[in-house]
Design a protein around this ligand. Structure first.
Ligand code: NZQ
Ligand code: ZN
Length: 385
């Protein structure tokens, strides 16, 4: 196991009805900016429940944060929060609203310069307005981590940043608040959580049995409850397990002390920035191709994954490793998430532009061994066609 520092201060309020707890978590009279997306939380009653629980606070609202939240929209919220002198932010939504709120939180006190500098890491996050979240879409783990992914439309860039100052103070996880999700978003969420585990697990063997078995347990859980919760969206138990698995998939626990990859995410972000694929769709396309391209370096861990997660016991190590990739692709397809670029209307002629975008974003030495060069990435996109 490698040396590591593990920090996670997020208080989780899990279960049906927990939105009521906001009345205790937020002090009376506090100036709160509630942020949300395109209106799903208005329609499904979540925002109404939040308003009722915040009757004792001074609430301002900012709606309209779009999927893959943009700097352009978020800066409007920053201006509003500064005007209102907001003391606390409350994100009500999925990964986009939570990530967007992290940016707003860091941008409010960053008054001398362009807050985009925080995203491109030209300036460190030195201060942040405290915030909490009410989760409505299990997928990203943003509710229990300190990272965010922000898009700047005018530059065609989608970039990740983070800071220990950007952990939520608390997150409310009420699985019933996710019942209104359309199947496509549930499926995207299962894929995203699954790939988060793989990015931290499917590297090369080191002696880290705790992390490995935690990761394998999360994968097996997602394989079991993913299809079930897609089929029975209002059945509490599978949905609750999905929510908790997605949170634990990216709260730092399984990644502590082990090598991590994340190349699939970086190649996926370019697909979203240029072609608007959902985050989950982008991962379903890139991951199988990435594993095929880097087969030699990953085959030991792939075979372990095949044995322990997919119960593949026959054939050589190489054979089991290959079957594990196929099982992963078939799993994504079974959820209804397509795994080829062509399924999304993207042709080979687009690949040079994608590779150029990776280069301009500094994504030239990715992966657990920094050996995913632009040449490797190009071949991954080609395999993904
Ligand atoms: O905008 P509204 O109207 O709310 O609708 C949203 C949106 O259209 C809808 N939705 C959310 N909750 C709902 C609902 N519809 C009905 N009922 C509900 N209960 O779902 C759509 C997608 O929402 P979004 O927040 O964009 O999805 P997701 O949670 O998948 O977040 C994706 C974003 O998170 C980033 C991604 O890159 C992407 O920008 N990620 C953040 C990470 C992190 N912070 O750690 C890690 C991830 O790898 C990921 O990169
Ligand atoms: Zn992700």
């Amino acid at each position: 196991m490698q040396n590591f520092t593990f920090q996670n201060p997020v208080k989780i309020l899990f279960g049906q009805g927990r939105i009521q707890d906001l009345s205790r978590e937020i002090p009376a009279g506090q100036r709160v900016l509630v942020t949300y997306g395109g209106g799903s939380v208005v329609k499904n009653g979540t925002l109404g429940e939040v308003r009722a629980a915040l009757a004792h606070a001074q609430v301002t609202e900012f709606g309209g944060i779009e999927p893959n939240p943009t700097y352009e929209t978020l800066m409007e919220a920053v201006i509003l929060a500064r005007q209102e002198r907001s003391e606390f932010l409350l994100a009500v939504g999925g990964g986009s609203v939570m990530d967007g709120t992290k940016f707003i939180s860091a941008a409010i006190p960053f008054e001398h310069g362009d807050p985009w500098d925080l995203v491109i890491r030209k300036a460190p996050v030195k201060a942040a307005v405290p915030f909490g979240t009410v989760l409505t879409l299990p997928a990203t783990g943003s509710e229990m981590n300190s990272g965010a992914v922000i898009t700047r439309k005018s530059l065609g860039a989608k970039l990740a940043f983070g800071s220990p100052l950007l952990f939520p103070r608390f997150s409310v996880l009420d699985p019933t608040r996710t019942y209104s999700l359309p199947p496509r978003q549930v499926a995207n969420g299962v894929v995203d959580a699954f790939v988060h585990v793989l990015e931290q697990y499917l590297t090369y063997p080191i002696f880290a049995p705790v992390q490995d078995e935690f990761a394998e347990g999360l994968l097996r859980t997602l394989i079991r409850v993913g299809p079930e919760t897609l089929q029975h969206p209002e059945s509490y138990e599978p949905r609750a397990s999905f929510v908790w698995a997605a949170t634990l998939a990216l709260n730092g626990l399984i990644g502590a002390g082990v090598p991590q990859d994340w190349a699939t995410h970086m190649l996926g972000h370019e697909l979203t920035a240029r072609f608007g694929l959902d985050h989950g769709q982008s991962l379903a396309v890139v991951l199988p191709a990435m594993l095929e391209e880097r087969f030699e370096a990953k085959k030991d861990k792939l075979a372990q994954y095949g044995e322990r997660v997919w119960q593949l016991r026959d054939g050589s190590l190489e054979n089991r490793a290959q079957q594990a990739i196929q099982a992963t692709r078939a799993f994504f397809e079974s959820l209804g998430v397509k795994t080829h670029l062509k399924d999304y209307g993207i042709q080979a002629s687009e690949i040079p532009g994608l590779v150029q975008a990776l280069e301009s974003h500094g994504m030239t030495a990715l992966g657990e061994k920094n050996d995913v060069t632009l040449g490797v990435s190009k071949r991954v996109y080609e395999r993904a066609l």
